[in-house]
Design a binder for this molecule. Structure first.
Ligand code: HEM
Length: 134
């Protein structure tokens, strides 16, 4: 499996553990106010990251590109800041709102970068340079 795919699955499982922990905490406490943080940890974290990892596993040439690692760093940073700040905001800390807003935009930038990866050609960069030189 390409390194980036493995990295995405490792990161995804951490978000699933975190998302389920928030869900169990909400259930036990009988307070569902953090539902948004729970749902986003599971969906932006576990589900979306596993899909990104699966895409890279199926496209090893794209997975080897520098853009794949840049996209991983941007998206993961956005989600990793979004989840705790959203949790704190929904738990009553209104000062977290700007951090939630900025981290949401960073996560969205990561999604747009993944769109660039999907729509780019699957040819390896070396082959493209070689063909251009011909
Ligand atoms: C043991 C595991 C889980 C527990 C204990 C749990 C618990 C909860 C609780 C207590 C709520 C709030 C319900 C409400 O107030 O209406 C909730 C909502 C939600 N959960 Fe989970 N959850 C679990 C796993 C998951 C997983 C794996 C996902 C997604 C992959 C997920 C996605 C959602 C979503 C999207 C909502 C929002 C539903 C809505 O607002 O209509 N949950 N969960």
């Amino acid at each position: 499996m390409p390194r980036i795919a493995n990295l995405y699955f490792k990161t995804a499982i951490i978000f699933l553990i975190l998302g389920i922990a928030i869900g169990l905490h909400m259930s036990i406490a009988g307070d569902h106010s953090a539902t948004g943080a729970h749902a986003h940890a599971n969906l932006l974290g576990w589900v979306t990251m596993a899909i990104f990892g699966g895409y890279h596993a199926l496209n090893p040439q794209k997975a080897a590109r520098r853009l794949a690692m840049v996209q991983y760093a941007v998206y993961t940073f956005g989600v990793a800041v979004l989840i705790p700040s959203l949790y704190l905001m929904l738990s009553g800390n209104a000062a977290m709102e700007p951090i939630v807003a900025i981290s949401s935009l960073i996560a969205f930038a990561g999604v747009l970068l993944f769109a660039v990866i999907i729509f780019s050609s699957g040819e390896p960069a070396v082959t493209t340079a070689t063909s251009a030189a011909r």
